[in-house]
Design a protein around this ligand. Structure first.
Ligand code: GAL
Length: 825
C-alpha cells in the first residue's frame, strides 16, 4: 500500500512537471491575474490583425514589445472570416493563427477577444449581414437562430486555437479570452432577456473549456467565473462589482477614431500616461491600450456610419507602424518602472495618505520594500507636497512614480522623450498616365433595368447583403396629360436613410445629398422636369459603413426607406403622388466591380475599353487606372488623393479602402494649444479643422511589387480629378525634445541621419516645437555645438542632460533646468 502511494505520488509529480513544462496556468484572484501562481502586472495593447498586412505583424509586435508591452490584444472579426454562411476565410491578413503565432514567436502573451460582437468601429460591429437576413433573427438576445450562429463561430475559433495549441493551458500565448463586448452598456434595452442572454454567453463560453479565464468587458455583475472589466479614457475610479474580480482595464483609449467630416483626434502623452499611472496607483493590475496600433480600414471594413479609412487612433504606433513620439517613448518609461514595482503592486499592503488639495500618496509595502505614487488630480493647481519627509513638486493632473518611495523616477507630465514630426516625401517625380472608362450605368439610369424587382422600397442591407456600398432603386411612372399633379413647379421628394444619395430623372442628374452632422434621416427634394408619358426615376443609394454600436444597432434602416413622391405645387395646393408602393427595380453594386476592373489584368478585356484620351471634365461614376513604380526603400508608402471626390481605390487588385478627400472637416472646434490637464474627451485637442478629413491613404508595402509596375484603380463616384494623385513615403522630418535635467536624452531620425541642429538651449528655454526660444539663462557651453557634435550625421545619439555636459547654469538659480532641442532629419 505504502509503495503504491509512493508510486502514485511520483506519477503525480511527473505529470505536473511534464505538463508545466508545456503549459502555463493562468488564473486570477481579487488582486491580479496570476501566471503559474504569481500575481502579475500586465501591460497589453490592441493590434487588430486585419487592419495591417501580415508582413507588418512582426515589426508591429516587436515595437510593442520594445515599448514595454507584455501582451497583444485583438478582436476576432466574424464578418470577414465567414463572409458567406459556413464559408470561411483565414487567408492573408485574416490569418489569425499566424498572427497569434507571431505574437508567440516574439515572446508576448495574447488576449483573444472573440466577441463575436466586437464594435471596434468595424462594419456592423463585426456581424456578417447574412446573419441579419436569416428568418426571425434578433441580435444579442435570447434568440435561438442568433445563439446558434454565435456559438458556431465562437466554437470554430476556439477549436482553431486549440488545434494549434495556442491557449496558455496548452503552452500557447493566449492568457485570456473575451466573450461579447460591453453588453452591460446596452443590457437594459433588452429587458429580462438581456440578463438571460449574458448568462447564456457565460455558460457557452465556459463550456468551451479553454483553460484560461474569460473576460466580459463593461459587464457589472458578470456571471461567474467571467471577469468583469472596465473600458474608457480613465478607469481609476472603476470599482469591480464582483469582489473576486481583479481591477482590469481592457480598453484605455489612446486617442479616438475619426468620422468623415470629423476633426483629427489628439490625446496627449501626458494625459495618457496620467490615466495609466492613476490606474496602477488605485489598485489596477492589468491594463490594455485600445489601440496600440490602430492601422487602416482596408476594403469596406470601416463601420459607422461614416468611420474613415484611417484608423490611426493617435495610438502609440501610427497608422503606418511608425512609433508615435513622444507617446510611445513616454509610456515605455512608465512601463519599465511599473514592471520594476510588480511585487509591491501585486502583493503589497496598500495605504493612502491624503496630502490635501486633491493630492494623494499611495504606498504599496511588502517586507522587502515599498513603492509609492503621488497623484495630483487637480486639473489646474500644481502641488508642492511633503511626503515622508521629502518635498515633491507634482504638476496639476499628474502622477509621480517613486519606486523606492523616496526618489521621483517619473512624472506623467514631464516628458523627456523626443517628439517626432512626420513628413511626406514625394517618391520621385512621376506623372501618372491615367486611362479611364465610365461605370457604364446608362442602361440603369435611362431605362431602369436591374437584377431584381420588388413591390415597394426595400431596405438596402436586406437586399444587398452588404456585398456593395451601391444600390440602385429604379421605378417608372406614367403621367398622362390629365394627371392632377401637373404644374410648373414639380419636385421629386425622397425620405431617405442613404448615406449618400444621387438622383436621376429621365436620364438627367437631378442632384445629390450627403449626410452631414450625423443627420442620417432626411428629406431630399429637388425640382424636376417630368414628361407626358413614361418617366424614369433612378436613385443611387450609397452606404458608407454599417452601424456598429448601440442597442439593436443591427436593425436600423439603411438606404431609401421612403416615402418617395412626386409633388406638384399649385399655389396654395400641393398634390402628391406616392411612388413608394410602385414596382421598383433594383441593381446591386457596380458593373465595373462585377467585371473586376480593379484587377491588374483587366485592361482591354471588356466591352468598353479603357480610354487614354484626355479626361472629360470630372465625370461622376468613372473608373480610372494608372501604372506606377513602387517608391524605393522600406519607408511606409502613402498615396495623396487630393483632388479626388469620393470612391474606392485598389492597388494591384487589393482594396486600400474608401476615399473621400473632398469631405472637409468642420471649421471649428480645433485648438492650436492643447492643455493636457483636465479630463480628456474625444472632442478635446482636435486638429485639422476645415481640411480634408482624410487626404493620405496607406499603401502597405505588402500590396506592392518592389520591381516592375504596379496598378492603381479608382472608382470615382463624385466626379473628382485624379491628375494630382501621387505616391509618397512617410519619414521623420523634424525631431524636438524638451528634456528635464538629470535625464538621458535619446534622439533619432529613425532610419535617416540627423542632418542639422536647428535649436538647442540648456537653461530655461520656452516655446513649442518649431518656435523654441532661448530663456533668460543658458549653460556656459554652446548647446547647439554640443548637440551637433553628438548627433549630426548619426542615425541616433544619446546625451546626459546635465550642467556637466552643457556648462554651468549658475545664473539660472535653483529652478530645474531643461534642454530644448530641434533637429532636422
Ligand atoms: C468601445 C468598444 C470598442 C471601440 C471603442 C471606441 O466602446 O468596446 O470596440 O468601439 O469603444 O473606439
Amino acid at each position: 500500500m505504502k509503495h503504491f502511494t509512493c508510486l502514485l505520488l511520483l506519477l503525480l509529480i511527473l505529470i505536473t512537471s511534464f505538463s508545466s513544462a508545456y503549459s502555463t496556468i493562468v488564473s486570477h484572484d481579487d488582486r491580479a491575474i496570476t501566471i503559474d501562481g504569481q500575481r502579475r502586472i500586465l501591460i497589453s495593447g490592441s493590434i487588430h490583425y486585419p487592419r495591417s498586412t501580415a508582413d507588418m505583424w512582426p515589426n508591429l509586435i516587436s515595437k510593442a514589445k520594445d515599448g514595454g508591452l507584455d501582451a497583444i490584444e485583438t478582436y476576432v472579426f466574424w464578418n470577414v472570416h465567414e463572409p458567406v454562411r459556413r464559408q470561411y476565410d483565414f487567408s492573408g491578413n485574416l490569418d489569425l493563427v499566424r498572427f497569434i503565432k507571431t505574437i508567440q514567436d516574439k515572446g508576448l502573451y495574447s488576449v483573444l477577444r472573440i466577441g463575436p460582437y466586437v464594435c471596434a468601429e468595424w462594419n456592423y460591429g463585426g456581424f456578417p449581414v447574412w446573419l441579419h437576413n436569416m428568418p426571425n433573427m434578433e441580435f444579442r438576445t435570447v434568440n435561438s437562430g442568433f445563439m446558434n450562429e454565435m456559438q458556431n463561430f465562437t466554437t470554430k475559433i476556439v477549436e482553431m486555437m486549440k488545434k494549434e495549441k495556442l491557449f496558455a493551458s496548452q503552452g500557447g500565448p493566449i492568457i485570456l479570452a473575451q466573450i461579447e463586448n460591453e453588453y452591460g452598456n446596452v443590457i437594459s434595452s433588452y429587458g429580462a432577456e438581456g440578463k438571460a442572454y449574458v448568462d447564456w454567453c457565460a455558460n457557452m463560453a465556459n463550456s468551451l473549456d479553454i483553460g484560461v479565464p474569460w473576460l466580459m468587458c463593461q459587464q457589472p455583475n458578470a456571471p461567474q467565473p467571467m471577469i468583469e472589466t472596465c473600458n474608457g479614457f480613465y478607469c481609476d475610479q472603476y470599482k469591480q462589482t464582483n469582489p473576486t474580480s481583479p481591477k482590469i482595464w481592457t480598453e484605455n483609449w489612446t486617442g479616438w477614431f475619426k468620422n468623415w467630416g470629423g476633426r483629427h483626434p489628439y490625446r496627449t502623452a501626458e494625459d495618457l500616461a496620467y490615466s495609466v499611472a492613476r490606474f496602477f496607483q488605485t489598485g489596477g493590475t492589468f491594463q490594455n491600450y485600445y489601440m496600440y496600433h490602430g492601422g487602416t480600414n482596408f476594403g469596406r471594413v470601416a463601420g459607422g456610419p461614416y468611420i474613415t479609412t484611417s484608423y490611426d487612433y493617435h495610438a502609440p504606433l501610427d497608422e503606418y507602424g511608425n512609433v508615435n513620439q513622444p507617446k510611445w517613448g513616454h509610456l515605455k518609461e512608465l512601463h519599465t518602472l511599473l514592471k520594476s514595482m510588480e511585487k509591491p503592486l501585486t502583493y503589497g499592503n496598500i495605504s493612502t495618505v491624503d496630502l490635501g488639495n486633491s493630492v494623494t500618496a499611495t504606498v504599496y509595502s511588502t517586507n522587502e520594500g515599498s513603492s509609492c505614487f503621488i497623484g495630483n488630480v487637480n486639473a489646474t493647481a500644481n502641488a508642492l507636497v511633503n511626503f515622508q519627509g521629502n518635498d515633491y513638486s507634482v504638476p496639476a493632473w499628474s502622477v509621480s512614480v517613486l519606486p523606492d518611495c523616496k526618489k521621483e523616477a517619473y512624472n506623467t507630465a514631464k516628458v523627456n522623450t523626443q517628439t517626432s514630426i512626420m513628413t511626406e516625401v514625394p517618391s520621385k517625380p512621376e506623372k501618372l498616365e491615367w486611362t479611364w472608362r465610365p461605370e457604364f450605368a446608362r442602361k440603369t439610369i435611362l431605362k431602369g433595368s436591374g437584377d431584381l424587382i420588388a413591390k415597394g422600397l426595400v431596405d438596402q442591407k436586406d437586399i444587398t447583403n452588404d456585398a456593395s456600398d451601391y444600390l440602385w432603386y429604379m421605378t417608372r411612372v406614367h403621367l398622362d396629360k390629365k394627371d392632377p399633379i401637373w404644374s410648373r413647379n414639380m419636385s421629386l421628394q425622397i425620405h431617405s436613410n442613404a448615406h449618400v444619395l444621387h438622383a436621376y430623372v429621365n436620364g438627367r442628374y437631378v442632384g445629390h445629398k450627403i449626410v452631414q452632422d450625423e443627420k442620417f434621416n432626411y428629406i431630399f427634394e429637388k425640382k424636376v422636369n417630368l414628361l407626358h408619358g413614361t418617366n424614369h426615376i433612378s436613385l443611387l443609394s450609397v452606404s458608407v459603413g454599417l452601424q456598429n454600436y448601440g442597442p439593436f444597432f443591427g436593425s436600423g434602416p439603411t438606404g431609401i426607406n421612403g416615402p418617395v413622391k412626386l409633388v406638384g405645387y399649385k399655389g396654395e395646393e400641393t398634390i402628391e403622388k406616392d411612388l413608394s408602393e410602385h414596382q421598383w427595380n433594383y441593381k446591386i453594386g457596380l458593373n465595373g466591380f462585377d467585371q473586376k476592373l480593379f484587377t491588374t489584368n483587366s485592361v482591354g478585356h471588356h466591352h468598353l475599353k479603357w480610354s487614354p484620351e484626355k479626361l472629360p471634365a470630372n465625370p461622376m461614376l468613372t473608373w480610372y487606372k494608372a501604372n506606377f513604380k513602387a517608391p524605393l526603400g522600406k519607408d511606409p508608402v502613402i498615396v495623396d488623393f487630393n483632388g479626388l471626390g469620393k470612391g474606392e481605390a485598389w492597388i494591384n487588385g487589393q482594396s486600400i479602402g474608401r476615399y473621400w478627400p473632398s469631405f472637409n472637416s468642420s471649421d471649428d472646434g480645433c485648438s492650436d494649444e492643447c492643455d493636457y490637464r483636465g479630463e480628456y474627451g474625444s472632442g478635446k485637442c482636435a486638429f485639422m479643422c476645415g481640411k480634408p478629413t482624410q487626404r493620405w491613404y496607406h499603401v502597405p508595402r505588402g500590396f506592392l511589387n518592389e520591381s516592375g509596375y504596379n496598378t492603381i484603380t479608382l472608382f470615382e463616384e463624385m466626379g473628382g480629378n485624379p491628375s494630382m494623385v501621387n505616391f509618397k513615403t512617410v519619414v521623420t522630418g523634424t525631431v524636438c525634445a524638451r528634456t528635464y535635467e538629470h535625464n538621458k536624452l535619446e534622439l533619432t531620425c529613425n532610419n535617416r541621419p540627423i542632418s542639422a541642429v536647428k535649436f538647442a538651449s540648456f537653461g530655461n528655454p520656452s516655446g513649442h516645437c518649431g518656435s523654441f526660444a532661448v530663456g533668460t539663462c543658458e549653460g556656459a557651453m554652446d548647446a547647439t555645438k554640443v548637440v551637433a557634435k553628438e548627433c549630426v550625421g548619426k542615425v541616433n545619439c544619446t546625451m546626459n542632460v546635465t550642467s556637466h555636459k552643457f556648462g554651468s547654469t549658475l545664473e539660472c538659480g535653483d529652478s530645474p533646468k531643461r534642454l530644448f532641442v530641434e533637429l532636422e532629419c
